[in-house]
Each structure stands twice: as structure tokens, then as C-alpha cells.
Design a protein around this ligand. Structure first.
Ligand code: NAP
Ligand code: MG
Length: 498
């Protein structure tokens, strides 16, 4: 701001007016990004034994942000050892009421530092500040609050069972909701009395590391949470370690399947939250304005980097033309650009590699004969960007119709009858999410009983609640996060016979 003022020589008032157009400069000031980040092991920040590091990039500029430590096998072993020591050295035997206090304190500290976390999340990951501020960070705090409340009520939640924590859990998370996915994993694990080794995604480790600092501030005993940053090899080392009682993985179906094969028969517990190809079904009696908002949110929220995105629009034939016309006009209004501008709707693509993947899918669809529609908008010159995109003229067998793009790209197909809608919705190997828009309650029930997905939203989309179990079927994985069901994933339950 100082530069702007002296350059224009116009004094305070204009500078203030101008600041409305460049909110990013002020927002950046509230976070401190270190040049180099270490690992969190046994309550201390440590450099990896072999000194390896990776550069994390800011998606909206393509420029380096910081160096993060790359944990090798020896560091992973140190982290597991620290977690084991913390588990056996007291965390396991702590009164559940005291454990709850730690988790409540963590939830409150996340709220206290919400602005800082939101800005850092948007800088590091590229998502619009409106989303990190209003969704990612508040939902993360809510997840800790919710699970803190369970810590001393586990015996009531599982009547007739002896309830024990599993021990040390290894948790591996993706880059699309870095803090929120950490919260989904950590909150139930800690509330149930486990200790953790967390592996954030390579491109988005900064908010997890800040969360590590907050956990220290909350005075958790050393070793209850350990963080090993790094690339895929670090995650692989955690899975291969053999000294953890459970692996909880959220990420791609390909890596999830590999982990499943590796752990089969070892006795290590496993949950897999994998990819998706959600169908968003709109019937001709739907409230169209609301449905269009739901479709836009379903696929363009978080640049479409959403496992449960409504990435396949299925629209009933009679309204297809009207709906598409209105959807295109709505897409023209979406603002793509600076993640730190509070008016931005669609931010930066998380990494150059992901941008290339999206470009390949859309390029492939065009060469397979599909029509591609994008709003007529300019993109920033630097950084990683992709315009909101509609793909029409599909037969259903194209790669883009079957595989997860994980970007702001919506395929569109039409259907005539409910049965055809169900058949098309289920024509995928995934089964994470789906949406149905209709005024008929009976049709919602009929559809949701037949659509193969872990969660179906009716006349809404992308609604999340810590009390509601989330997870997939088929190649979208197994296990649930959230609700009472999510607690069971972190407990050893033995029937009590008296
Ligand atoms: P990914 O490549 O599978 O990576 C996920 C995590 O696993 C990252 O931390 C990654 O580290 C690590 N990893 C990579 N290779 C590994 C290996 N061989 N062994 C152990 N860990 C390994 O997935 P992503 O691209 O980050 O995330 C996008 C995917 O996650 C999408 O498919 C999306 O649908 C899915 N997702 C699912 C849910 C859900 O709840 N079902 C939620 C969010 C996302 P690096 O980052 O260093 O490679
Ligand atoms: Mg980054």
C-alpha cells in the first residue's frame, strides 16, 4: 500500500479506496511464512536426518513460498517411536474428561487463529479466501469441538462394549482441503485416545504445520501429534513401517488400492477415503434457480478439487436446453483470479501438475468429439489457472465421462426416465456422492435408494456436518469420517459379557 500511495501521490483517502481493490496485500501481512520448515517429532521441530527438503509453490504466482522438510524412512521411524512413547507414556491412560479438554482447547485456538489459518490456506493451496474463511477453517474448528464432546462419552455411544483406543495411527491426507482433512483425521483419533503421525500432501503442508504449532500451544504432551512432511515416498514409508496400528488414507483411488494390497493380512487397520465421480441429477420439476446454484457450487467450489464434486450433470431432456443456457450465463458471472480477493469465486489450480492433468482431460474430450464451453474471461498471466468448463456432446464412454478430473470441469448428459437417470448415475466405478433435484419427495427416496454412493444430497449439494458420517462405496473406499460411525474407526471394541 505504501508504494501505491507514494506513486500516485494522492494521499490517504484514495489509498483507502484503492485498498478495496487490492485486499490481497493487507491480508498477506497477517501470516508469517518461514523460509524453511522442519518436521514435528516428539514435540520438537526437527530437520530430517538426511537434510532433504522440497519447495512448496504458491499456485497463484507459480513462485516458491518455502522449503519444507522431506522426511525419509529414519524420520518416519522416529515419528512412530515418539507417537508410541506418547501413547504408552500417558495419553492412553489419561482420563477421557482431560483428553476432551485438550481437544476443546485446540478447537478454541483454531478459532482464535482463524484469519491467519484462512489466509495461509489460500496462499499455499490457491483456494478463494471466501471459502477458506467461511468453510475450511470454521468446519475444522467444528470438527474438533464435535469430537471433544465425544471423548468422555464413548462408553455410552457403544453400549455393551469395552472401548479402547487403537494405539498409534498413521494418517495421510491430500491437498484439496489441507487443514480440513487434517481435522477430519486428527479430531476423532485424538478424542478416542490414539496418538498420530500425520503426513500432509507435498504441495500443501503449511497449514498442517501451523496446526502442529497450535497443538504445541494447546500444551498437548510431546509425541501425541507428529508431522512428517514430504512427497509420496514419505507416505509410502509410513505405510511400510509396520509399527502403526492403523493407516487412515485420503487420496487417489490408485494409491489407495496400492496401500490396501500392501496392508492386506498384516492386521493393521485401514480406512480409505478415495476419489469420486459424483452424479448431479436434475429432474424437470426442480426449482431451477436453486438447482443452478447447486450445480455451480457442486463443481466450481474449490476449483473442483473436491472428492465429492458433482462432476457429472444429468439433466432431464425436457429442460436440458433451458438449464444449459442459464448455467452458461451463471458461469459468465464467476470471477476467476486472486485467491486472496474476497470477491473471487474460483481460485488457482493447486499445482502445475494438476493443471496439466486437467488440460489433458479437456483436450482429450475435444479430440473425442465433445463440445467445450468456457466463459469469455481473462486469466492472470502468472500462476496456474483453468476456466470453469462445460463439456457436452458426450456418448458416455469418453475418458472424461468416466475418470475423475479433479478440476472445474462439468460433463453434461441428458436422460428421459428415472431408471435411465439411475443407470447413468451408476455408470462409474466410483461411489462417493450424488445429488438429486426434484420437488417430489418419493422420487428423492426412490433415487437415493438406487444411486450407489456414500452420500446423496437432495435439493442441495456439498453440505458437511461433523455429526454426519462421510465416506464411499465401491472404488471410493471404505470407512466413515464423522458421526458415531467415524469414532468406531479409531477404537478397538470388545463385547463385554457379564
Ligand atoms: P494422492 O496422490 O493419492 O495423495 C494423497 C496423499 O498420499 C498425499 O499426502 C501423497 O503425498 C500421499 N502419497 C502419494 N503416494 C503415496 C504412496 N505410494 N503411499 C502412501 N502415500 C502416498 O492424492 P491427491 O492427488 O493428493 O488427492 C486427490 C485425491 O484425493 C482425489 O482422488 C480425491 O478424490 C481424493 N480425496 C478423497 C476424499 C474423500 O474423503 N473420499 C477427500 C479428499 C480427496 P504427496 O502429496 O507428497 O504425493
Ligand atoms: Mg503450495
Amino acid at each position: 500500500m505504501t508504494t501505491t500511495r507514494s506513486e500516485t501521490g494522492t494521499g490517504e483517502n484514495l489509498a483507502e479506496t484503492f485498498s478495496q481493490y487490492v485486499p490481497s496485500i493487507e491480508a498477506r501481512d497477517i501470516v508469517t511464512i518461514k523460509e524453511r520448515y522442519g518436521l514435528l517429532i516428539g514435540g520438537e521441530e526437527r530437520q530430517p536426518r538426511d537434510g532433504g527438503s522440497l519447495t512448496t509453490i504458491e499456485p497463484s504466482s507459480g513462485e516458491p513460498l518455502a522449503e519444507i522438510a522431506e522426511a525419509g524412512k529414519a524420520d518416519v521411524d522416529d515419528a512412530v517411536t515418539a507417537a508410541r512413547a506418547a501413547f504408552e507414556g500417558g495419553w492412553r491412560d489419561l482420563s477421557p474428561r482431560v483428553r476432551a479438554k485438550y481437544v476443546f482447547r485446540l478447537a478454541r485456538l483454531i478459532q482464535d487463529r482463524a484469519r491467519e489459518l484462512a489466509v495461509l490456506e489460500s496462499i499455499d493451496g490457491g483456494k478463494p479466501i471466501r471459502e477458506s474463511r467461511d468453510i475450511d477453517i470454521p468446519l475444522s474448528a467444528a470438527h474438533f469441538f464435535y469430537h471433544a464432546g465425544w471423548a468422555d462419552k464413548l462408553e455410552y455411544a457403544m453400549p455393551g462394549m469395552r472401548v479402547e483406543p487403537l494405539g498409534v495411527v498413521g494418517q495421510i491426507i491430500p491437498w484439496n482441503f489441507p487443514l480440513l482433512m487434517a481435522a477430519w483425521k486428527l479430531a476423532p483419533a485424538l478424542a478416542c485416545g490414539n496418538t498420530v503421525v500425520l503426513k500432509p500432501a507435498e504441495t500443501t503442508s503449511l497449514t498442517a504445520l501451523l496446526l502442529g504449532e497450535i497443538v504445541q500451544e494447546a500444551d498437548f504432551p510431546p509425541g501425541v501429534l507428529n508431522i512428517v512432511t514430504g512427497a509420496g515416498a514419505t507416505g509410502a514409508a509410513l505405510v511400510a513401517h509396520g509399527g502403526v496400528d492403523k493407516i487412515a488414507f485420503t487420496g487417489s483411488t490408485g494409491v489407495g488400492k496400492m496401500i490396501g494390497r500392501q496392508l492386506a493380512g498384516t492386521g493393521t487397520r485401514l480406512t480409505l477415503e478415495l476419489g469420486g465421480k459424483g452424479a448431479h441429477v436434475v429432474f424437470d420439476d426442480a426449482a431451477l434457480d436453486q438447482a443452478i446454484e447447486g450445480i455451480v457450487d457442486g463443481i466450481f467450489f474449490n476449483q473442483g478439487h473436491v472428492c465429492c464434486a458433482g462432476s457429472r450433470l444429468l439433466v432431464q431432456e425436457g429442460i436440458a436446453e433451458t438449464l444449459l443456457g442459464r448455467l452458461k450465463r451463471r458461469m459468465d458471472l464467476l470471477r476467476v483470479g486472486d485467491p486472496l480477493d474476497k470477491n473471487t469465486d474460483v481460485g488457482a489450480i493447486n499445482s502445475h501438475a494438476q493443471l496439466q492433468r486437467i488440460e489433458e482431460y479437456v483436450g482429450g474430450a475435444a479430440s473425442e468429439g465433445c463440445e467445450i464451453h468456457q466463459p469469455d474471461a481473462e486469466l492472470p498471466e502468472r500462476g496456474f489457472w483453468f476456466l470453469p468448463t462445460l463439456v457436452t456432446g458426450l456418448g458416455g464412454s469418453e475418458r472424461i465421462a468416466r475418470e475423475e478430473v479433479f478440476g472445474p470441469v462439468l460433463t453434461v448428459q441428458s436422460f428421459r426416465t428415472e431408471a435411465e437417470a439411475v443407470a447413468k448415475a451408476n455408470a462409474t466405478s466410483y461411489g462417493l456422492s450424488g445429488g438429486v433435484w426434484t420437488e417430489k419427495g418419493s422420487r428423492i427416496l426412490w433415487m437415493s435408494q438406487r444411486m450407489k454412493a456414500g452420500v446423496i444430497w437432495a435439493n442441495s449439494f456439498n453440505q458437511f456436518d461433523a455429526a454426519s458420517p462421510f465416506g464411499g462405496v465401491r472404488e471410493s473406499g471404505f470407512g466413515r469420517e464423522g458421526g458415531r460411525q467415524g469414532l468406531e474407526e479409531y477404537l478397538r471394541l470388545e463385547p463385554v459379557h457379564s
